[in-house]
Design a binder for this molecule. Structure first.
Ligand SMILES: NC(=O)c1ccc[n+]([C@@H]2O[C@H](COP(=O)([O-])OP(=O)(O)OC[C@H]3O[C@@H](n4cnc5c(N)ncnc54)[C@H](O)[C@@H]3O)[C@@H](O)[C@H]2O)c1
Length: 253
């Protein structure tokens, strides 16, 4: 017979049986998240503007890819509907799609500001809004939004990108408050510089200079970000909502 202590014990971190939507799943961090979720027993709907073969290759029926622009509201309804048709429920949403632009405020164009707003901020908002009804049906749900360590303080040359990632933090906190009574948890992960196509888009000298600034002496691997996302998505984090987990090698500690 189970004792009270055993009954009340927090479940170990695992995503067995969960159904997750992961955006930006063709990117470095999104791919790692999809792989981690599949390894932990989740079924995963991978979405992106372009398809990745990697996490799908060995996943059998557990994964499916949908082409999806996160900045389009109708596209979100389609993704949720197709997820329900395929897997019958949605338990987790990870908003990992994102774009980056460099620039100080005076060099930032309206085009650049709007592009960042549409993907990083509007895309995250639309995603959260789109899954709530499906979560409600399940009486639970977990959302993890990918912000950035660049949204923890002012950083030269990151005006518009940082603003979009500060917005992700703000939306995460407010959504966590609004959705707590529905047993829906909303958290943010704040990666430091991470070895992905986005980071490798920087000039090599900048990549080395950034790595040298990090107390760990290196940038993060995508799987190190994915492990934090998986934890916050799991029932082991069942009482955590509105939190911001910095996974950044202590760069801004
Ligand atoms: N790499 C880093 O150093 C770093 C640090 C902090 C935060 N982040 C954030 O982590 C997330 C993942 O970044 P990454 O490093 O894997 O970058 P990445 O460029 O490798 O992946 C981003 C993915 O988002 C997709 N995407 C872009 N616009 C989209 C849209 N409108 N609809 C759907 N998908 C779209 C891209 O196709 C790409 O596959 C982003 O939100 C990024 O801002 C990255």
């Amino acid at each position: 017979m189970q004792t009270n202590l055993e009954k009340n014990r927090t479940k170990p971190a695992s995503l067995e049986g969960k159904v997750a939507i992961v955006t930006g799943a063709n990117g470095g961090i999104g791919t790692a998240i999809a792989q981690q979720f599949l390894a932990e027993g989740a079924s995963v709907v991978l979405t992106d503007l372009a398809q990745s073969g990697e996490p799908l290759a060995s996943s059998g029926d557990q994964a499916i890819f949908f082409k999806h622009d996160v900045s389009q509201e109708q596209a979100w309804s389609d993704v949720v509907e197709r997820t329900l048709n395929r897997f019958g429920k949605v338990d987790v949403l990870v908003n990992a799609a994102g774009i980056h632009r460099h620039g100080a405020m005076m060099d930032t164009t309206v085009e650049s500001m709007e592009a960042l707003f549409r993907v990083n901020q509007l895309g995250t908002f639309l995603g959260m809004k789109a899954v709530i009804d499906a979560f409600r049906g399940n009486r639970q749900g977990a959302i993890v939004n990918i912000s950035s360590c660049l949204a923890t303080r002012g950083v030269p040359g990151q005006f518009a990108y940082a603003a979009s990632k500060w917005a992700v933090r703000g939306m995460t906190k407010n959504a966590a408050l609004e959705l707590a009574s529905l047993n829906i948890r909303v958290n943010a992960v704040m990666p430091g510089p991470t070895d992905t196509p986005m980071f490798r888009g920087l000039p090599e000298a900048d990549q080395s200079a950034i790595a040298a600034m990090i107390p760990f002496g290196r940038v993060a691997r995508p799987d190190e970000i994915a492990a934090a996302v998986a934890f916050l998505s799991s029932e082991a984090a069942g009482y955590i909502s509105g939190a911001e987990l910095e996974v950044d090698g202590a760069v801004f500690a």
